[in-house]
Design a protein around this ligand. Structure first.
Ligand code: GDP
Length: 453
């Protein structure tokens, strides 16, 4: 494989900037641009050692730097790797990268280092995807789940299922191929036992997927309520408090299209927050229909009411919209005297929280209620979890094939038909772990990574 280089640290000024070079010629490329003060060549250093020196381009000094040497296969990519840590000004790191490219390295594609790690057998596909999830993690729980996947929790689970299917398929094949040998045939009971065991394991992963996604990716959430109840105030309380981590995603047509708020184990994706600030009066200005539409698209609704006023018709309309949905009632302005008919709310929502956005009171209760509404409180981040749609669909297809095998066994058709379905399930699981993923699938996965990872 060719030798590639990229800036591996963020594209912003920082204390240090790292240019990573990986491939067969990594050491000689680095030796062309880096001169250690000791005079030693990097290619003569042992793996896991560092050298202090200077980086040069066309004979001109760019910066002082430290070069870290990793020797194949003991590196992130499994190849020879040199990481040059220079000062973190963007200019310096860019010049160092340019020097490496002129010295013979090619520019690394997005995710190329991790892709190489996968292709060189340093990690399976689920671990590689976990690397991306760690980088994108928006909450403590999301990070724990991703670290766990990086550690191979999902891989081990999938591998255990596929190994038991492979063992069964091999035993069945041996019995067919060597009828004269005294190979014991699998009884229908044994075969069905193995298949039911696999079905259970896959079923568990599949049933945890939605809740896992809520933890990892967050849930689409809308804040609704009649004018002046404190929707914007609630939003500010959520995004402004130290407890919550806020990530804003820049959009093309608006300043902000989505804000992610992490509060405890809950991650809320608050879309259309620009709309919230703009109109300020949901029901009156944008109309019940639009509020309804917004609520329909959301996986979680925060319906805001005013503690200091009696319920109005508009409030009733909001309550009606929330019927049958995953909605939490947020009664705001508890610092004022109560006029609201509390029981009319509590009886119609699964969860009600009292807050005062003005006094920043009630956040802990809100946090608990959100975790309950989303089910994230019980989510075990140490258990194996499917991390994305790709893994989910592989798992689902494998489960379908196992069901087909069970069905074939029950209906008494030949073992051949059972075997075909088992093979199909094995193939889907192998695609999940990357043992059998096609080049285009692999390329697609890594293209979503950032450059330098
Ligand atoms: P929205 O129209 O629903 O977005 O409501 P706003 O967030 O703009 O708030 C409407 C008014 O209520 C503003 O004057 C806020 O200062 C006030 N307000 C919001 N939250 C509270 C609260 O907890 N207590 C009190 N006393 N006033 C509040």
């Amino acid at each position: 494989m060719s030798t590639v280089a990229a800036i591996s640290t963020g594209q912003a000024a920082g204390g240090i900037g790292i240019v990573r070079i990986s491939g067969e010629d990594a050491l000689s490329v680095a030796d062309r641009i880096f001169k250690s003060v000791s005079g030693k060549k990097l290619k003569d250093l042992k793996g896991y050692t560092a050298a202090y020196g200077k980086v040069y381009a066309d004979g001109n000094e760019i910066d002082e730097a430290v070069a870290l040497v990793f020797k194949a296969p003991k590196s992130y990519t499994g190849e020879d790797v040199v990481e040059i840590s220079c000062h973190g000004g963007l200019l310096v790191t860019k010049q160092t990268l340019r020097a490496a490219l002129s010295a013979g390295a090619a520019a690394a594609e997005p995710g190329e280092f991790t892709k190489r790690a996968f292709l060189n057998g340093k990690m399976d596909l689920t671990s590689a995807e976990a690397v991306m999830s760690i980088i994108g993690a928006k909450s403590e729980n999301a990070k724990s789940a991703a670290l766990n996947a990086l550690d191979g929790a999902l891989y081990r689970k999938i591998n255990a299922v596929s190994s038991s299917l492979k063992k069964t398929a091999a035993q069945m094949a041996a019995w067919v191929d060597y009828p004269d040998d005294e190979i014991e045939d699998l009884s229908d009971e044994n075969l069905s036992g193995v298949l039911l065991g696999c079905k259970k394991e896959l079923g568990e992963l599949i049933s945890r997927f939605d809740i896992g996604q809520a933890v990892i990716e967050g849930v689409d959430t809308v804040i609704i309520g009649r004018p002046n109840v404190g929707k914007s105030a609630l939003m500010n309380m959520l995004t402004g408090c130290e407890k919550s981590i806020v990530t804003s995603v820049a959009g093309t047509t608006r300043d902000i299209v989505e804000e992610t708020v992490s509060l405890g184990g809950a991650v809320l994706r608050l879309a259309d927050t620009a709309g919230l600030h703009e109109t300020g009066d949901a029901v009156e200005k944008i109309g019940v229909d639009r509020t309804k539409k917004k609520a329909e698209r959301a996986a979680l609704i925060l319906a805001v009411f005013d503690y200091s006023e009696k319920l109005t018709q508009e409030d009733e309309a909001i309550i009606e919209i929330c019927k049958g949905k995953n909605a939490v009632a947020v009664i705001n302005k508890t610092d004022l005297k109560r006029k609201i008919e509390t029981e009319k709310i509590t009886s119609r929502f699964n969860g009600t929280v009292f807050i005062s956005a003005k006094e920043q009171a009630g956040l802990t209760e809100l946090e608990k209620e959100l975790e309950r509404a989303l089910g994230t409180a019980e989510f075990d981040t140490s258990a194996a979890s499917l991390m994305n749609e790709r893994q989910y669909s592989c798992c689902k297809l494998a489960e379908e094939s196992v069901n087909e095998a069970l069905e074939a066994l029950r209906s008494g058709v030949t073992r051949d038909a059972v075997n075909v379905s088992i093979d199909c399930a094995i193939e889907k699981l192998d695609v999940l772990t990357g043992e059998r993923a096609t080049e285009s699938v692999v390329n697609e996965i890594f293209s979503r990574f950032c450059v330098g990872k």
